[in-house]
Design a protein around this ligand. Structure first.
Ligand code: FES
Length: 104
């Protein structure tokens, strides 16, 4: 199995705790979410009706879709309640020399 390829996407200093930032990698829209557990990277697309998750509130390890209110676990992508039932994609994150890198 090959090693994941990480791409630098943003300075850590630009993502204070409690904030969300949208980045693009290889044509995909990905959200960086910095919560009390650290930094997570999730697909910026709700599994319910394909609407963006950007602008969704993050709290206690989840992000809430701003369109119909489904919540997703930031670490696993698991849907935590209706109207969504399918998970969203998540991506490995690391910080190297003050830069956030994701494998996407
Ligand atoms: S589009 Fe996200 S809950 Fe419906």
């Amino acid at each position: 199995m090959s090693e994941p390829v990480f791409t630098a996407v943003a300075p850590l200093a630009d993502l204070p705790r409690g904030t969300v930032r949208e980045v693009g990698v290889s044509g995909r829209s990905i959200l960086l979410c910095h919560d009390e557990d650290g930094i997570h990277a999730v697909e910026n697309r709700c599994s319910h009706a394909d609407m963006p998750l950007a602008c969704g509130r993050i709290r206690n390890g989840w992000i809430m879709c701003p369109t119909h209110g489904a919540r997703f676990d930031l670490a696993t992508g698991e849907a935590l309640g209706p109207p969504a039932s399918m998970a969203i994609a998540t991506f490995a994150v690391r910080v190297v020399d003050g830069m956030i890198e994701i494998a996407a």
